[in-house]
Design a protein around this ligand. Structure first.
Ligand code: ARG
Length: 402
């Protein structure tokens, strides 16, 4: 390590990289404070604390951030229909700015001169951590030990063994990151994009072939674009997400396999499991389509995509992200209503929707009742509607103008 550092706050996931990092820092005389965030990845905070301290951490913070994660990050993503490159619901990307902001808070409190994370030099997460930390406190150094030592997994294991560190049992074949909003699986044989993901990579979803042959219907109630009730039972959004991860997961919903354009200049093959996100995003978008006007929808699609790209690209701290988010929230003030979903063998379909703010009118749209334009009205409208096109074509083809 080139930099002069005396105290560092390390984002400790409990995995091999960050466990080795504690020891690596302390061997260079750096005081290590560790911090583990619970963002719904199913971690035992007490266990993480014990392991961090056994590995040489002088002080540990274990914080349950589930509710902050949902209110400050997942809810804006729902309102923005956020799916990067049409597929990835941003699960990992959303947790990074939250973890970064806590790293900064703890570093300031502990009077540390640096923060550290376990990301490698090939991934997106390093970009998200580094930029968010620097946006919040430019004085703090950001250190990524794995980027410095560049060891193979085998070398890390040997280092850990030689220092008597307990090697965490983990899925050695894949790189996994998970939180309430989804689970990402990378590496191993998935790196060949032609290989079908083997069943062993999936933990939250059953194979759709083996899912129930009975469809299941559920209803989701939204208020201001936020899920507030599941099957008519009001509950907080964390509970809705957890229940849907289980309910949709057992129908094999939420498996995603796509080619992703990374921030860092290359494509990667990414596999995700996001049962709740798949169901909620589908329902939310459908409800918006019932309520928002055509122009609002067209404009919002652009705003949503910009928001999603900024978050994916590590630019949570960009002023545009906040401005877009406020506008998207404003547009979601009328996104109240109910959506009926059908889960069946890996697919989630919207089969019903209703809202007091619906821009839909049965009287106007129905074929058998209500308003019917006369032949004359219809022809007048169509003529004016097509005029631009007809005049332009005529001009280019040199025929008589309409
Ligand atoms: N490709 C996803 C993203 O960039 C997932 C990253 C997962 N992170 C990990 N350390 N395995 O957001």
């Amino acid at each position: 390590m080139n930099e002069e550092v005396s105290k560092v706050v390390l984002a400790y996931s409990g995995g091999l990289d960050t466990t080795v990092a504690i020891k690596w820092f302390t061997e260079q005389g750096v005081d290590v404070v560790t911090f583990t965030a619970d963002v719904g990845q199913g971690i035992d905070l007490k266990d993480a604390e014990r392991r961090a301290c056994e590995s040489g951490s002088s002080k540990h913070y274990g914080l349950d951030l589930k509710s902050e994660f949902v209110s400050g990050y997942v809810i804006p993503a729902i309102r923005a229909n956020a799916k990067y490159e049409e597929e990835y619901p941003l699960s990992s990307a959303l947790s990074r700015p939250l973890i970064s902001s806590k790293l900064v808070e703890i570093a300031e409190k502990e009077k540390a001169d640096a923060v550290a994370h376990g990301c490698t030099s090939k991934g997106n997460d390093q970009v998200r951590f580094d930029i968010t930390v620097r946006a919040l406190n430019p004085k703090l150094k950001v250190i990524a030990p794995t980027r410095i030592w560049r060891w193979t997994r085998q070398q890390e294991v040997e280092y850990a063994k030689s220092r008597g560190l307990k090697i965490p049992e983990s899925h050695s074949k894949y790189s996994i990151d998970q939180n309430l909003w989804g689970r990402s699986i990378e590496g191993g044989l998935l790196e060949d994009p032609w290989n079908e993901p083997p069943e062993e990579v999936f933990e939250w979803t059953v194979d759709p072939v083996r899912a129930s042959r009975e469809p299941q219907y559920i209803t989701l109630k939204f208020k201001e674009g936020v899920p507030r009730a599941l099957n008519d039972v009001e509950m907080d959004t964390i509970s809705i997400i957890s229940q849907l991860n289980w309910l949709a997961g057992k129908h094999g919903i939420g498996r995603i396999d796509h080619m992703e354009s990374r921030i860092i200049g290359f494509k990667s093959r990414e596999v995700y499991e996001a049962p709740a996100a798949s169901a909620i995003l589908k329902a939310h978008k459908d409800l918006e389509k019932m309520i928002l006007t055509r122009r609002e929808l067209q404009f919002k699609e652009f705003a949503d995509r910009e928001w999603t790209n900024l978050v994916y690209e590590g630019l949570w701290g960009d002023p545009l992200r906040k401005s877009l988010e406020e506008m998207i929230a404003k547009m979601n003030q009328v996104v109240d209503g109910e959506v009926k979903l059908k889960f069946y063998k890996g697919s989630v379909s919207v089969v019903g929707r209703r809202s007091k703010y619906a821009a839909y009118s049965l009287n106007i749209a129905g074929y058998d009742k209500g308003w019917y334009p006369s032949d004359e009205e219809a022809r007048g409208f169509i003529q004016a509607w097509g005029l631009h096109t007809l005049i332009a074509r005529a001009a280019r083809e040199g025929v008589q103008k309409v």
